[in-house]
Design a protein around this ligand. Structure first.
Ligand code: NAD
Length: 460
């Protein structure tokens, strides 16, 4: 909650969602401070752009080793600020650190101009930076989300002003401080606060907005950016389906369902939010899911063996509990969990017999709930899986790879996993279809979204 200090500065307290303790505080940026940060970024931009992609990557590169050296300390801060199990907090830091070199190589390569010639003209397509990029991020991966916005924006040659989530300002500040140790002044700045500084940043003199967050905020940002025809990249929410076909490895599918429904207490954009299982194997699948759910351990992320941490805040907890209650009222059956929720924690819950009349099958839940529906035929399940405005990820489990891939190809999502999570091989984009994405990042094409194409042509 923002509070006013005696000196007249508004500060934002970062609260540990598991204990309610204050982890630290940051000053909230006023609209004038946001405008001033953007002006500094604008002033720093020409020299940064002139360096070229390879030199910019060199300036960013020291971050990788620093993240790895300080992974335990940063992972602990991350867990105290947002609640996820410590191993996952540390893992988030090490993942960003250990992949940085490869990512930088990939971005530098993506910045190489393309050459096309026909019988009369030779053209070179250059990939030039836009100018100042606003990066606005959520709290659920509070180090990785800033990382995946800032790194391509910077190496593509933009200067950056980031506004991280008001729930997790400290880990974002620590990340920016580390990166700034090797960057020229003004190239990367951070402003704190909730949506007000975010709105001020969108209105300021920026050229590109790289936003990750909810569909509602994304819609608002798209509208706000339209006046100045500012470029936007929006990575939004999801309502990912998991389809389990009758010849699937039931144990493997159940293991995936439980892991991907409860990871980070379900607060993942590509969480499994809807499960459709062929009625011929549904009893066996549900029995496996119940057994695996019983093995989950709920608690503070720093406790040994905890797999499910707290909800980020009371609003998110109340939203999830209201969806569970609504589903039960409309005929769903609780087959695991469903009781024992306390303080900021929701017990991993499995609902059977859910239908699309229930809010929990239509609106993003972002909580530790596995919702199981049964289907009879493939046309029916494809229609159900696509019956949503979202289209981020999806997964299909099946034994016959060709038949499974055919079902996967009919799903209207950006990233579809076959017998695995939706994440692709290194170098593939992170992309949402329908209202889950408007532009995307990662992979050659994703890196190029942080640039403007310019075509130079001459006679052959
Ligand atoms: P949110 O949209 O409430 O907030 C995200 C960020 O935007 C925060 O920094 C917030 O302060 C800021 N903000 C909110 N309204 C704004 C406005 N009108 N103008 C400018 N800034 C504004 O989302 P959240 O609760 O932090 O995160 C959860 C959401 O993020 C979920 O919907 C989740 O699916 C989504 N998400 C998507 C991806 C992806 O890759 N597609 C990844 C992670 C999270």
């Amino acid at each position: 909650m923002p509070t006013l200090t005696a000196a007249g500065t508004t500060t934002l307290e970062s609260i540990n969602p598991a204990t309610g303790d204050v982890v630290g505080e940051v000053p909230v940026a006023t609209p004038e401070e946001v405008v001033a940060a953007v002006a500094r970024a604008r002033a720093a931009w020409p020299a940064w752009r002139a360096l070229g992609a390879a030199k910019r990557a060199e300036a960013v590169a020291p971050l990788g080793a620093k993240l790895l050296d300080r992974a335990d300390e940063l992972g602990m801060l991350l867990t105290r600020e947002m609640g996820k199990p410590l191993a996952e907090g540390v893992g988030e830091v090490t993942e960003c650190g250990s992949t940085l070199d490869a990512t930088l190589r990939e971005i530098v390569e993506a910045m190489e101009p393309d050459r096309i010639d026909d019988e009369t003209v030779i053209s070179t397509i250059h990939h030039d930076p836009f100018g100042v990029c606003a990066v606005i991020t959520p709290w659920n991966f509070p180090l990785a989300m800033p990382h995946w916005g800032i790194i391509p924006a910077l190496v593509a040659g933009n200067s950056v002003v980031i506004k991280p989530s008001e729930e997790t300002p400290l880990i974002a500040q620590a990340y920016v401080d580390l990166l700034n140790e090797s960057l020229p002044a003004g190239v990367l700045q951070i402003v704190h606060g909730a949506d007000e500084p975010g709105k001020a940043l969108v209105q300021a003199d920026i050229d590109l907005i790289a936003f990750t967050g909810s569909r509602d905020a994304g819609r608002h940002i798209l509208a706000a950016a339209s006046g100045g025809l500012k470029r936007v990249i929006l990575e939004l929410g999801g309502k990912d389906p998991l389809i389990v076909l009758d010849d699937a490895d039931i144990a493997a599918a159940a293991k995936f369902a439980v892991k991907n429904s409860f990871r980070n207490a379900g607060q993942v954009c590509v969480s499994t939010e809807r499960i459709y299982v062929d009625e011929k194997i549904a009893d066996r699948f549900e029995a496996e899911v119940i057994t695996l759910t019983a093995a989950q351990k709920v608690g503070e992320g720093t406790e040994e063996g905890v797999t499910v941490g707290p909800m980020i805040n009371a609003r998110q907890r109340d939203h999830v509990l209201a969806q569970i209650d609504d589903a039960i009222e409309h005929g769903a059956t609780v087959i695991a969990g469903g009781t024992g929720h306390h303080d900021g924690f929701i017990m991993p819950t499995v609902l059977s017999g859910v239908t699309h009349d229930m809010d929990i099958m239509r609106t993003e839940t972002f909580g530790p709930v596995a919702c199981i529906a049964r289907f009879r035929d493939l046309d029916e399940v494809v229609a159900l899986a696509n019956d949503t405005p979202y289209g981020l990820g999806a997964t299909v489990f099946g034994g016959d790879v060709e038949k499974t891939a055919e079902v996967a190809r009919r799903l209207d999502a950006g990233m579809i996993g076959i017998n695995k999570s939706c994440g692709g091989a290194a170098g593939t984009p992170w992309v949402g279809a329908k209202q889950s994405g408007y532009g995307y990042h990662s992979g050659k094409d994703g890196h190029r979204q942080f640039t403007q194409s310019r075509v130079l042509s001459m006679p052959k």
